[in-house]
Design a protein around this ligand. Structure first.
Ligand code: NAI
Ligand code: MG
Length: 365
C-alpha cells in the first residue's frame, strides 16, 4: 500500500477544528483508494509561541521537511498581538516556514459553486462558469528588493517638507521567472490548457524580461498550452468583466498579491478558498482565510476551504487527480443539497440545513 507522510499544523483559533475535518476527508480518500496517510502534528504560530517561545520551532521545521506534504490551518489571534518588535508574532511562523521550504509559487484557485453564486456581488451571468487559478510568484519582486529611506537636499524645504525619500526595487532573475512559468504551464496542463501571463511590459524592464522568458519556455516545452499576455491594469478590469474566460493567470509577486485578493472576491465567500504554496520539494496547503478567533471553539467554523486545500494536496503533491475530483464533487453535492455553515448561509436557508464544522466534514465524507 502506498503511504504518504503528512505534517499537520493546526495553529490557532479555529485551526484545530477545521484541520480535523481535512484529516477526516483524507482518511475517507485513503480507504477508497487504498492509500495510507500518516500524520505528524507540529506546533506553529501562537500555540508554538506559548509552548516554546518561538513561532516556528526547529522541531516543526524538521517534521515538515521530512514529510511528503504539509497541511496548515491558520495562525494568529488577539492573544499574540503586540507592537513590541522584540516579541515573537504568529505570522513569523508562517513566513518562516514558507521561506525555509523554498516555496516560490502560490496557487489560489477561484471557482464558483453554483449553489453559492448569490454570495457574489457580481451578476450571475458574469460569474457563471468561473474556474480560474492565480499563480503568484512568492519570493522575488518588490517585497524582497533593496529598499531604503533617507533624507536628501532635493525636495527639502518644498512646501515645508524636510526631504524624506524612500525607494523599493523590483528585481527578477531569469531562473525565478523560469521556474514560476513552468509551474503555471504544468498547472494549465492539469486544467483547461490556457495561461494568461500578466505583466506591465509597456513600462517595466522586469516585465519585458518576464514576457521573453515565459514565451521562450512556452514555445520550447509547452506549445500545447495556449498562452496570452495581458497588462496588469487591463487584467484588473477583465477579472471582474469576464472572469470565466481565465484559466491559469501567472504573475509576479505584488501583481499576484493584489489580483489574488481581487479574484477571491469574485466568489464572495472567504470560507471556501484554498491555496497551495509550492517549491521544488515539500509543498504546503492551507485555506486562504485566517484563524477566525471570533468563532474559535464554537464548532461553527466552515471547514470547506481546508477540505479544498486537501483536494489541492492530492492533485499537486500526490498526483491523485481522481481523488481530488471526488472531493470537489462531494463539496459541490453537499452545497447543492442545501447544507450550509453559518458563514455561507443565506436569508432563505432553512434552520435545519445550517450545520457545524464536524457535521459539514461528515457530509463531505
Ligand atoms: P479571518 O479570515 O480569520 O476572519 C475574517 C472573518 O471571516 C471573521 O469574521 C471570521 O469569523 C470569518 N471566517 C474566516 N474563516 C472562516 C471560516 N472558515 N468559517 C467561518 N467564518 C470564517 O481574518 P481576520 O479576522 O482578519 O484575522 C484573524 C486572525 O487570523 C489574525 O490574527 C490574523 O493575523 C490571522 N490570519 C492568519 C492567516 C493565515 O494563517 N494564513 C491569514 C489571515 C489572517
Ligand atoms: Mg494580500
Amino acid at each position: 500500500m502506498k503511504t504518504y507522510n503528512i505534517c499537520l499544523l493546526p495553529g490557532d483559533g479555529i485551526g484545530p477544528e477545521i484541520i480535523a475535518e481535512g484529516v477526516k476527508v483524507l482518511d475517507a480518500v485513503g480507504r477508497k483508494y487504498d492509500v495510507a496517510f500518516n500524520y505528524t502534528e507540529a506546533l506553529l504560530g501562537g500555540i508554538a509561541i506559548d509552548e516554546t517561545g518561538t513561532a516556528l520551532p526547529q522541531e516543526t521545521l524538521d517534521v515538515a521537511k521530512a514529510s511528503d506534504a504539509v497541511l496548515l490551518a491558520a495562525v494568529g489571534g488577539p492573544k499574540w498581538d503586540t507592537t513590541d518588535p522584540n516579541q515573537p508574532r504568529p505570522e513569523q511562523g508562517l513566513l518562516g516556514i514558507r521561506k525555509e521550504l523554498g516555496l516560490y509559487t502560490n496557487l489560489r484557485p477561484v471557482a464558483i459553486f453554483n449553489a453559492l453564486a448569490s454570495a457574489s456581488t457580481l451578476k450571475p451571468e458574469i460569474i457563471d462558469g468561473v474556474d480560474l487559478m492565480i499563480v503568484r510568484e512568492l519570493t522575488g519582486g518588490l517585497y524582497f528588493g533593496m529598499r531604503e529611506r533617507f533624507y536628501d537636499e532635493e525636495g527639502a524645504g518644498v512646501n515645508g517638507a524636510n526631504g524624506q525619500r524612500a525607494y523599493d526595487t523590483l528585481e527578477y532573475r531569469e531562473y525565478e521567472i523560469d521556474r514560476i512559468a513552468r509551474q503555471a504551464f504544468e498547472a494549465a496542463r492539469k486544467r483547461r490548457g490556457k495561461v494568461t501571463s500578466v505583466d506591465k511590459a509597456n513600462v517595466l524592464e522586469t516585465s519585458r524580461l518576464w514576457r521573453e522568458i515565459v514565451h521562450a519556455i512556452h514555445d520550447a516545452e509547452y506549445p500545447d498550452v495556449e498562452l496570452e499576455d495581458l497588462l496588469v491594469d487591463n487584467t484588473a478590469m477583465q477579472l471582474i468583466n469576464r472572469p470565466a474566460d481565465f484559466d491559469v493567470v501567472v504573475t509576479e509577486n505584488m501583481f499576484g498579491d493584489i489580483l489574488s485578493d481581487e479574484a477571491a472576491q469574485i466568489t464572495g465567500s472567504l470560507g471556501m478558498l484554498a491555496s497551495a504554496s509550492l517549491g521544488d520539494g515539500v509543498a504546503l496547503y492551507e485555506p486562504s482565510h485566517g484563524s477566525a478567533p471570533d468563532i474559535a471553539g464554537l464548532g461553527v467554523a466552515n471547514p470547506l476551504a481546508q477540505i479544498l486545500s486537501v483536494e489541492m494536496m492530492l492533485r499537486y503533491s500526490f498526483d491523485m487527480g481522481a481523488a481530488a475530483d471526488d472531493i470537489h464533487r462531494a463539496v459541490t453535492a453537499v452545497l447543492d443539497e442545501g447544507w450550509r455553515t453559518g458563514d455561507i448561509k443565506g436569508p432563505d436557508t432553512p434552520a435545519d440545513k445550517v450545520v457545524g464544522t464536524v457535521k459539514m466534514g461528515d457530509l463531505v465524507c
